[in-house]
Design a binder for this molecule. Sequence first.
Ligand SMILES: [Zn+2]
Length: 368
Amino acid sequence: MAGFIPDEIVERIRDECDILDLAGRYVHLKKKGRYYFGLCPFHSERTPSFSVDPEKQIFHCFGCGAGGDIYTLKMNLENLTFAEAVREIANEVGIAIPDQNEAEGDVSHARRKKSKILEALDLAAKFYRYVLQESVYGTKARDYVASRAFSPKVQEEFQLGFAPGSWDSLWRFLTRRGIDEAVLQEAGLVMPRQNGRGSYDRFRQRLMFPIHDTQGRVIGFGGRVIGEGEPKYLNSPETPLFNKSRTLFNLHRARKAIRQKQEVVLFEGYVDVITAWQAGIHHCVASLGTSLTEEQALLIRRNSENVIICFDADSAGEDAALRGLDVLKKQGCSVKVAQMPSNTDPDDYIRQYGGRRFGKTLWRQPFR
Ligand SMILES: [Zn+2]
């Protein structure tokens, strides 16, 4: 048994959690009468048959028959047991569950492992942030950030950090705080040394961009080299928490604006997103250094049908934009490809002309 939770607590959590909020985090919902409809997260479809009834606090899919309450929804969306789903939602709505009855089952083991990896990633983000803000090792990175004209506020919002050039500064910082070597390796933060003794930091001499899940928890990093070094951008490897093809940079922050505007701007790079955000364009996300995957397109489609692809105005950028256009259209999106002046990156353009003019440039293109 993976943790007994008293019925009255299960009910209290149910009262606190609105199924519309929960479903809305995964599915783009539109109101129709007293129900809300969206594309079902449990089967592939083009026309919405997934419905949410906010009065009864239940969901039902007319396509595949999936249905139930907040707990069924959470269990199915994230592959959790009932007890795990209750705990996760309890966490989100801020209700404490007494822990003493928890058994040592495999499931709770997996959950504990996941939460340790999350803790390691969160601490790593704080370490990198500290180095960028305070440490002498962060000087060059601070110069780079200044050259991009990122305001202190936006740096804080995006938790920008710096991984110093040393081989083991993060490793030392985290192991001293009692985080296991194995957890650090699974989090993708360090790599085992070839001689089998200890680990070394994966990210060195890089400006660090934390990547979050839809709940705003750090699940990975993108690192841009500062000074010499290859590759220019390095991402976290695939981990139990981080799946590149199913993640979009900035989605958790942008989602509200995306739903309000019913439009997404898709960029290639983290820097484009941050520059746009600073200029007041909040409905923007980026793919993670690879070409747009079907899963990412589906993720976009669940939040809005209308997408503006805004990639670099060079031949590589144009090719990537056309590939992205195909993938998005296959998922039923209406797509515009923004035309930047040649050899201009979106972030250069925004810094030079501002968010307003950038928006006007974008919106002049017809949807395809
Ligand atoms: Zn369905």
